[in-house]
Design a protein around this ligand. Structure first.
Ligand SMILES: [Mn+2]
Length: 389
């Protein structure tokens, strides 16, 4: 039995106001190609299908197209759960009808103990897998549904897992999908916390009896405590904190009396998210030899002086600069930390205006100009402090 585990597609996501849909389309096509190439028995998507409850229409169209390719063109069942970014109710539209068409949308907590049964030809004849899905849920939602004093994310999740385990399954393999934050797993910048202060963590131990657990929520691929309890991670980078992530889909091969075999199938993005640093001149020179100058970039400029409209100058060579930082601003802040703040701000202003003046006129400020500027700044600060008193 072969399953392809993926999660956190976040279709319709924008990053620094740039739509990622073209990039998402590329990696979804690779996932479909892997599913076909490896003749998987199902594709499992562990939540955060969309980036928001009401996704943009082109994102809905991309999901529709991808699911059509998988379930109708290639006859591969898709099983998915809703994540914290999805609206479970909206994602559930048509779920009962679609279940007859290879598409299983598991959105209900009440029905999370009901398995989708898969059959496949294994080495020892026909094999069956029971696939369970626990959609994203809050403790309040579980408490409202069952008459249990559930207070924490862990208690809520454990209750739902135990409900599944209590129902005996005679399948050869039992597989669970869940969208949750398993304790000890590593987060990055692009996940929205489920709750503030780390109270969203759930324990892995109740899930160990499953043959495989397909997790969603965390965007970095990782196992959690056990080889068969895993996050597939998102199919592409969604923040600069994922600069060193190599994204993949997880191919899971289940064989009787053996642990699940895991193969990471690499996904190749259209554009990577990465950070570079250097002076403006260095970076512009580098751009000519950079075959990936259209990557999404976070740039740190190390020039010691202010540069007029650095963003447009960089974008002429790197069209997708999304974030720009200037080292000298940090340095100025750090060195002046211990001094009087007002003096520090004034000093920065003087230096910055001096740089600006030089950039425009090609000449540094002379002594009388500096004196005039100082008087002007003093007057302005005087006015501001009087106004705020
Ligand atoms: Mn997510």
């Amino acid at each position: 039995m072969k399953l392809l585990h993926t999660s956190d597609w976040h279709l319709g996501r924008f990053f620094h106001n740039v739509s990622l849909l073209d990039d998402q389309r590329i990696v979804l096509a690779q996932i479909t190609a892997y599913a076909v190439e490896h003749k998987v028995d199902s594709v499992l998507i562990a939540g955060d299908i969309f980036d928001r409850a009401i996704p943009p229409a082109p994102a809905i169209a991309l999901l529709d197209e991808t699911l059509h390719e998988l379930t109708q063109v290639h006859d591969i069942p898709v099983i998915l759960i809703s994540g914290n970014h999805d609206s479970a109710e909206r994602l559930a539209f048509g779920a009962r009808q679609l279940a007859n068409q290879n598409l299983h949308i598991m959105h209900s907590l009440e029905d999370s103990h009901q398995a989708i049964m898969l059959t496949a030809e294994g080495e020892k004849g026909q094999e069956t897998a029971a696939i369970y899905g626990i959609p994203y849920h809050t403790p309040e939602a579980v408490r409202a549904l069952y008459d249990e004093p559930v207070k924490t994310f862990d208690a809520a999740h454990t209750l739902l897992v135990n409900r599944i385990i209590e129902c005996p399954s005679n399948a050869d393999f039992n597989v669970l999908l869940s969208h949750c934050f398993v304790d000890g797993a590593e987060a990055c910048d692009s996940e929205r916390p489920l709750a503030i202060g780390g109270i969203d963590r759930v324990s892995a131990s109740p899930m160990t009896t499953f043959d495989y657990v397909a997790l969603g929520h965390l965007h970095g691929q990782q196992k959690r405590g056990y080889e068969h309890i895993r996050y597939s991670g998102s199919p592409m980078q969604y923040s600069f904190s994922e600069e060193h992530h190599n994204k993949s889909a997880t191919l899971v091969t289940l064989t009787q009396d053996k642990p699940a075999e895991i193969t990471l199938l690499p996904l190749k993005p259209l554009k990577r998210m990465r950070s570079i640093r250097g002076t403006l001149d260095e970076l512009i020179t580098q751009a000519t030899h950079d075959p990936h100058s259209d990557d999404f970039l976070a740039i740190t400029l190390t020039d010691k002086h202010a540069i007029l409209d650095a963003m447009s100058k960089l974008r002429a060579h790197y069209p997708n600069v999304l974030q720009l930082e200037k080292d000298y601003l940090h340095i100025a802040h750090q060195t002046d930390k211990t001094k009087n703040t007002a003096t520090a701000i004034q000093k920065d202003e003087q230096a910055m205006f001096g740089d600006f003046f030089q950039e425009i006129t090609g000449e540094p400020l002379d002594a009388s100009q500096k004196k005039y500027l100082q008087t002007l700044l003093n007057d302005l600060h005087q006015q501001t402090s009087e106004e705020t008193q």
